[in-house]
Write a protein that binds this ligand. Structure first.
Ligand SMILES: [Mn+2]
Length: 330
């Protein structure tokens, strides 16, 4: 670990100590929490008596893990969030912007941001702290902190949560690097956790019959386009966009996009191959720019990113294709 990273963990430890003197700490996950944000929030909350993990909606897998592990998670209402009384601080985990949390964050409470997105537009303010490491999963930052300052908090449950965040955010280690494997090894070492059983249980969140139908339809609608030298596979889906994207990527796409329209909002989910990112595609930046120009929220990682806005499906697709076509292969 770099000494600057160690200094940030020291600062985090001091920030948490000071916040818990003032009152309760809300550890806020991003909306529709995936395993990285929920695992990070729950693991960090378990290390501090005054802390509570909370957020607006859980993804299906996160919901199941929270239930199976009987983990305390406070569901929030985005219209009327009920914060713990006497709040000493808010820690937001794995969220690239305030909008992604889905709640209005009170302005007068000290804020700490722990994230790993390369596009990130937080301003933690004067009493705030921002930790942003270019790692595969936010749970790796949480693990580094717990390992250093709260090793006894690394229970079997906490290890399971952290590993689940790491495994899912790396796409089963497809987007991993040496540090991802280091974290995984550290989590497994000295634990009872059986990796194979663990992976099987993660995959149990298999698709429902209606999801499978929706995925099949989305695949039948898929189209290939040569977008300025990039082989783009695109489709629209009513659900399970990331599953559809994964299949399109296996079918040889440099870049895959799946667009979904629901409740007046259009959401674009995108993936790029490693080769495409090496040769110049950064989906997080593309979608952040498109959101700046056309509205909505966009951003993420180089190889995986999203954009939600109120434009129609065709406009969203064309804006993306236009932006991708403008990137020349390096
Ligand atoms: Mn993440």
């Amino acid at each position: 670990m770099k000494s600057s990273d160690e200094k940030q963990l020291d600062a985090l430890n001091e920030w948490i100590a000071a916040a818990s003197q003032r009152g309760a700490i809300a550890i806020l996950a991003h909306r529709n929490g995936d395993m990285d944000t929920i695992g990070s929030a729950l693991a960090l909350a378990s290390s501090c008596e005054q802390a509570m993990a909370c957020g607006v909606h859980l993804s299906r897998l996160a919901k199941r893990m929270v239930k199976e592990l009987d983990a305390p998670f406070l569901m929030m209402d985005s219209d009327a969030p009920r914060w713990p009384r006497k709040l000493g601080g808010i820690i937001v985990v794995d969220s690239a912007s305030a909008e992604q949390t889905g709640v209005e964050i009170p302005g007068d409470i000290p804020l700490c941001i722990i994230d790993h997105h390369s596009t990130n537009d937080w301003d933690p303010g004067a009493d705030g702290l921002a930790i942003n490491w270019p790692v595969s999963a936010t749970t790796q930052i949480i693990h580094s902190y717990l390992h250093r300052f709260r090793p006894t908090a690394l229970s079997e449950k906490v290890r399971t949560l952290l590993l689940a965040g790491l495994v899912t955010d790396t796409g089963r280690f497809r987007h991993a690097d040496d540090f991802s494997f280091e974290t995984a090894a550290a989590l497994l070492r000295g634990s009872e956790l059986d990796y194979r059983t663990f992976i099987e249980s993660l995959e149990e969140s298999s698709l429902t019959r209606s999801d499978k139908g929706a995925v099949a339809k989305a695949l039948s609608r898929s189209q290939g386009i040569d977008a300025g030298g990039w082989w783009l596979l695109k489709s629209t889906a009513s659900t399970q966009e990331s599953v559809v994207c994964r299949v399109l990527m296996s079918a040889g796409a440099d870049v895959a996009i799946v667009v979904r329209r629901r409740d007046g909002m259009t959401r674009l989910t995108s993936r790029a191959s490693r080769q495409a990112t090496v040769e110049g595609v950064h989906l997080g930046s593309i979608l952040e720019n498109l959101a700046d120009v056309h509205g909505g929220e966009g951003g993420g990682h180089d190889g995986a990113a999203g954009w939600s806005c109120n434009l129609d499906v065709i406009t969203v697709e064309s804006a993306f294709i236009h932006a991708l076509t403008g990137i020349s292969r390096s």
